[in-house]
Design a protein around this ligand. Structure first.
Ligand code: CDP
Ligand code: CDP
Length: 222
């Protein structure tokens, strides 16, 4: 069984999906983290597309949601700490626009969800990767609020940046992600829309859990 949440950066997808996964006792999958892992390979390749594609074939990419963190390994090396850096954020939408990147990430995700119940989040999951998902959500929020949230997270992680830079990165990614030819950020026609701009986080998690349990009859664990 697969439940998906799509939407732009900072809308609340990952924090909400993790909380829902915990409450319902299901698995969590962060597709953005996989595009970020590919971006680490791209940066290691000196941003050269041919060298990136070559490395992409050779690298073993594994991931696991453990201790409330979605961890990713490249050839058994844990690269989780690199994934949220600004270097990676600045290039990830470029890497995600490459067809070979999308094929690789989609393959990894489809394999992973075969044997368990998952809540997965990203940009194109309800439209392209899992068009037959059991339930789809599209999460959005005002861009100033999304930038403020991401800025606070980066400050907490000790990264020096400014609200202006963070907002600019989000606007650029929103644009690239929604304009790209292959599988752009798009709301599925059958998705439930959740605007989190003025929502209380706990209420939002409770609402999504009840939508899921009403429609899919999953037992709530906690
Ligand atoms: O957490 P945040 O929303 O900032 O980003 P993310 O979910 O980690 O995704 C990083 C980037 O990966 C996005 O800006 C997209 O360029 C790309 N992405 C994608 O193209 N398709 C997905 N299903 C998920 C992410
Ligand atoms: O995954 P995505 O980029 O969509 O967003 P995120 O990484 O989950 O970040 C959203 C941030 O906004 C987190 O720090 C949440 O705690 C916070 N937040 C939220 O998700 N929903 C609200 N209603 C209020 C705040």
């Amino acid at each position: 069984m697969i439940i998906v949440i799509d939407g732009p950066a900072g809308a609340g997808k990952s924090t909400t999906a993790k909380a829902v996964a915990k409450k319902l006792g299901i698995q969590y999958l962060d597709s953005g983290a996989l595009y970020r892992a590919l971006t680490v390979i791209y940066l290691e390749s000196g941003k050269d597309a041919d060298s990136f594609f070559k490395k992409l074939k050779d690298k073993d990419i594994t991931f696991k949601y453990t201790d409330e963190q979605f961890r990713v390994w490249l050839n058994e090396k844990d690269i989780t700490d690199k994934l949220r850096s600004s270097n990676v954020a600045d290039e990830v939408s470029t890497v995600a626009s490459l067809l070979k990147s999308r094929e690789r990430v989609n393959e990894l995700m489809r394999e992973a969800v075969e044997h368990d119940t998952y809540i997965a989040e990203g940009r194109d999951l309800g439209t392209a990767v899992f068009p037959d998902a059991d339930l789809k959500f599209f999460m959005k929020a005002d861009v100033n609020e999304r930038a403020r949230r991401r800025y606070e997270e980066l400050l907490e992680a000790g990264e020096e940046t400014s609200l202006k830079k963070v907002k600019q990165n989000i606007l650029e990614r929103d644009y690239k992600d929604s304009q790209r030819k292959t599988d752009p950020l798009k709301q599925a026609d059958d998705a439930i829309i959740v605007d989190t701009t003025n929502l209380d986080f706990e209420q939002q998690v409770a609402q999504i859990c009840s939508d899921i349990t009403d429609k899919l009859e999953l037992p709530i664990k906690q």
